[in-house]
Design a binder for this molecule. Structure first.
Ligand code: AMP
Length: 295
């Protein structure tokens, strides 16, 4: 599908992204989000697309469209691409590229996940790091990076999705997004400084990325499996961190642990994470599949 060029420009909702909803046929339901449903669709009887619908009356339309507004400005092969919107009438549609295998969390947990080998896991992690490195460069923060918010296409292709919570941040001293009172956190994915001081930065995304690596290496296991959210919040400041999961190469655990450094500035950049994971992936399998390298 031809995607409008957006660089350096901003648009209203009634813009070249707007299409006639009769050109989109909704086929089967793929999933349900908090405020609506996601369908597989066919655009102009030719292009397979994903259609996110907003249930009328469930949420402020402006908030829902903010997700689309952010997506209009971002373009990268490892981020879900916005194709079009239908905002003239309700239900509002956000139309994006279709990812055949759904969310990474489901993919890891289902039969497919058990077929994955370490090189696949590394490759998937490197792809997410590449998408996040682009966000880092664009001064965006995601704020809800987790396996449930990464989508999978053919051949284990992974793309970062769900920019609903993303906020652009300013270059000067405002590189922190202050959460509003009452905001709900996905506690086990959220960096301590984000939980305690609402300090969301690209470095709190790096923390979440470490948790996502844990999800990848455990085929969609729950982080801190034996602990409640409350226990996690209590124990992180004492220096507690998750141990290396079974069959996870030490080098991978070291990367996770770097993401969980207490001081945000000690955590790596996504650019570094991307090249480390890519280099690791390029290594001959025998050099990291060696039993000596496991914890
Ligand atoms: P969301 O409301 O974005 O969390 O989406 C709910 C569910 O719909 C996800 O967990 C996926 O299984 C599915 N989904 C969302 N977007 C897409 C997409 N672009 N392609 C395929 N499946 C999707």
């Amino acid at each position: 599908m031809e995607v409008p060029q957006t660089h350096g420009l901003s648009y209203n909702t009634a813009d070249q992204w707007e299409i006639d909803r009769t050109s989109v046929k909704l086929l089967n339901k793929l999933g349900a989000g908090q405020f609506g449903e996601v369908y597989e669709g066919l655009w102009n009887d030719t292009t397979a697309v994903a259609v996110k619908t907003l249930k009328p009356g469930t949420m402020d339309v402006k908030d829902f469209l903010q997700e689309a507004q952010i997506m209009k400005k971002l373009r990268h092969p490892k981020l879900i691409q916005l194709y079009a919107v239908c905002t003239v009438e309700e239900p509002i549609y956000i139309i994006t590229e279709l990812m055949k295998n759904g969310s990474l969390l489901e993919y890891l947990q289902k039969d497919k996940g058990t077929e994955l080998v370490i090189s696949d896991q590394l490759e998937m992690a490197a792809q997410v790091a590449a998408g996040m490195a682009y966000l880092e460069l664009q001064n965006y923060i995601h704020r809800d990076l987790a396996a449930r918010n990464v989508l999978v296409g053919e051949n284990n292709i992974c793309k970062v999705a769900d920019f609903g919570l993303a906020r652009v941040f300013m270059m000067e001293n405002e590189n922190v997004y202050e959460a509003k009172e009452g905001t709900k956190f996905p506690v086990k994915w959220t960096a301590p400084e984000a939980i305690h001081s609402s300090k969301f930065t690209i470095k709190s995304d790096v923390w979440s990325f470490g948790i996502l690596l844990y999800e990848i290496m455990t085929f969609g296991g729950m982080p801190y499996p034996t602990m409640t959210n409350y226990q996690v919040v209590q124990r992180l400041p004492t220096g507690y961190r998750m141990p290396n999961p079974p069959r996870c190469p030490m080098m991978m655990y070291e990367i996770m642990s770097d993401c969980w450094k207490e001081n945000e500035m000690d955590r790596p950049t996504f650019e570094t994470l991307q090249w480390k994971l890519e280099d690791f992936f390029d290594l001959d399998v025998t050099s990291y599949d060696d039993g000596n390298r496991y914890q």
